[in-house]
Structures are given as C-alpha cells and as structure tokens.
Write a protein that binds this ligand. Sequence first.
Ligand code: APR
Ligand code: PHB
Length: 394
Amino acid sequence: MARRTQVAIVGAGPSGLLLGQLLARAGIDNVIVERQSGDYVLGRIRAGVLEQTTADLLDEAGVGARMHAEGLVHDGFELCFGGARHRIDLAGHTGGKHVIVYGQTEVTRDLMAARSAAGLPTVYGAKDVAPHHFDGDSPYLTYTHDGQPQELRADFIAGCDGYHGACRAAVPPAALSIFEKVYPFGWLGILADTPPVSHELIYSNHERGFALCSMRSPTRTRYYVQCSLHDKVEDWSDDAFWDELRRRLDPRAAETLVTGPSIEKSIAPLRSFVAEPMRFGSMFLAGDAAHIVPPTGAKGLNLAASDVRILSRALVEHYRDHSDAGIERYSERCLARVWKAERFSWWFTSLTHKFPDTGAIGARLQRAELDYLVSSQAATTVMAENYVGLPFDG
Ligand code: APR
Ligand code: PHB
C-alpha cells in the first residue's frame, strides 16, 4: 500500500526524532520508519553532555522542560594526571558558557513522548527499509511491516539511521568519500545507582589507561575505563571494574569513590568516521549515519543536533520561502562543524588515552601537553571553547 508524506525519516534515534519534531512544529508532514521497537531504542546508553546550542534546539522543539528541571548545569570539569586533579573552568574561559549533563536516553524519551502526544506517525519494527530514486525529486522508501510490503513516497528522505543504517549503504560507493580511524582500545562503561565521586566530570590520564567519571543524576553514575578490544564484558566483574577505576584516579577521589552493583555494563569501540557529502539529491544523511566521533568530549549527540538544526532550517526554507539555498548548502555547512568536532574528539582522545604504539615518549609528550593545557590561559581557552561547543558558521 503506498502512502505519502513530505519528509520520510529513517531512524527514531535522537536525530530522526528531533528532526521530526522540528518539522512538525513548522507544519511539515513527516513519517519516521524505525527498524527496532521504541523500548529497544531507549535501552541504548550513550553519552550525556549537552552543549548550549543543543539545549536551545530541544527548547525550540518543545521538549526542554524535563532537561531544565532535571539536567545538571556544569560550568567546569576536571583533568586528572600525575596523581592530581586540575579544574578546567568552562564558564571563566568562554564568557559564562556551560554544558548540561542530561542523558541521551532521557532526551530520546522526551522526544518520543512529545511525538506520541502530538499524534505524529512512527512505524516501529520496519524491516528491510530501503531508499529509492533519491537522485530525482520523487524519492520513496520501501519496507516490510507486520509481514506486509509497504511503500512511503516523499519529497525528501532524511537518513537518520545511524552508522549501520540503510541510507548511506544505498549510495553508490563512487559517490562517497570515507574518512576513518579505528582506535586500538575500547571503553568499558558501567552505570550504577551511587552518588558521583565529584560534582563535576573527571577525565583521567593514567599509565594504566584512561578513565572517566561521569553521572546521570545526583544518585546515578556513569563511569568508564579504557580497556582492550579483546576484553569481554563477562570477564569484568563489578569489583574488578571498581578496583581498576580506583587505581586510575587521584588518591582523594579513589578514597571517596562509592561503589555499588552495576545496572548496565558494556564495551564500546572508539572510531572517528566521516562520509562526504551529506546530501545525495533529495536524500540527506544526519547524525551517526554520516559521522562518528570517539566519545571523549561527548560530541556525538551534539553533532547530530547541529545537523538536524541545519536540515530543519533548510527544509522550512524550501516549503515556506520556496528557496533551495539551504538545501544546496546543507552538506557544506554541516561538514564545516563536523570536522571541527572530529578534530577536537580525536585530539582529546589522543591526549588522555594509553596508546600501545607510542611508548614512553608518547606518555611524556602527553604529560607535557597536559601541564601546558592547565597552566596556559590560551591553551585552557582552546579546550573550554571546544568543550562547550563551537558557534555555528564560525
Ligand atoms: N531501517 C530503519 N531504522 C534503522 C535502520 C534501518 N535499516 N538502521 C538503523 N536504524 C535505526 C536504529 O535502530 C536507530 O534507532 O536508526 C536509529 C539511529 O539512531 P542512532 O544510532 O542513535 O543515531 P542518531 O539518531 O544519529 O544519534 C546520534 O547517537 O550514537 C550516538 O553518539 C551518537 O549521541 C549520538 C547519537
Ligand atoms: C557520559 O556521561 O556517558 C559521558 C560524558 C562525557 C564524555 C563521554 C561520555 O566525554
């Protein structure tokens, strides 16, 4: 059965849901087609640090209330190395900017609730989703739902279907340039109902490897340790995790760390990835479908939001002002910001992790850069302005 909409969105992650919400508020029809169930999407645990521009966009989408009520405003974070912590004063180095610590799971939950409250259509459990004819102006999606073949015709397709999605995969390889780096380690993460070891995040560079102390709320923590790509989650008991985390922190944090049973534990690989361009005729890629950053600095969700901001404005311009200037510039505008965040995430990862191939000189060079970073106003400012998020078109 053929159905029609203005924008067919593939993927109900944060990119697809936020785009759908912004378009609907501008009077643009959209349907989201998602492979998994809603609960499955909500089960994925991802980073949780929002730049101000991301928070502003959630407000614009009408889903900012709980973020403002429950999100934690952080105007600094700490770098730990050489057995001591050093604070990066974000607000002091950026003219008062801050970040909001609010989990991606909660952002997704708020967007899903708003979408269902507005009665906007989402097809969950869609199999074999494929985009067609996106080189012309009558693209369509095909998929199977409840065993029935379906067709969704549209003016545009938004590929918000993540790194393993169908949209980028449908582009002829010759039309894509891929840039990729896979890091030789992973992050073992744990979620626990324990109070945070400190009221701000701690990023630690230690000779045993990187560690990060983050949080979801005043009573729920998210901690990570750098691990081998050969490690298996089953081989890491909670006690082994806590012991390893403690070893990688300064003595005071190690002593005050409150441990408890994990409620989630997983290993994630680290990757830098960009696919160019981000538009193919009437199909756009947004978020993880087009780019991946390693999680150090938590830019993934913020980059997804910045693509969606640029795309939603371009589509509003198309329908309301009958101008395709924003659509023509979509890829170029997104990629300018994407590459700056790719650079920052790669640099922050390189500065804080133990690399198997750089040896003793690599560790000494990291230490020199960390010392410089916390003692030079100029260097601290570079870190702070990237961490809180670079301006658009800047
Ligand atoms: N058909 C339909 N849906 C699909 C398909 C497909 N073939 N492939 C993937 N999807 C769905 C996934 O099930 C997922 O729900 O697309 C959605 C993509 O969501 P995310 O992977 O969360 O990507 P995105 O919305 O761009 O969010 C970016 O997620 O990975 C983090 O760090 C990243 O925080 C950033 C955010
Ligand atoms: C997280 O809370 O999961 C988190 C926070 C900051 C990061 C990465 C992940 O840089």
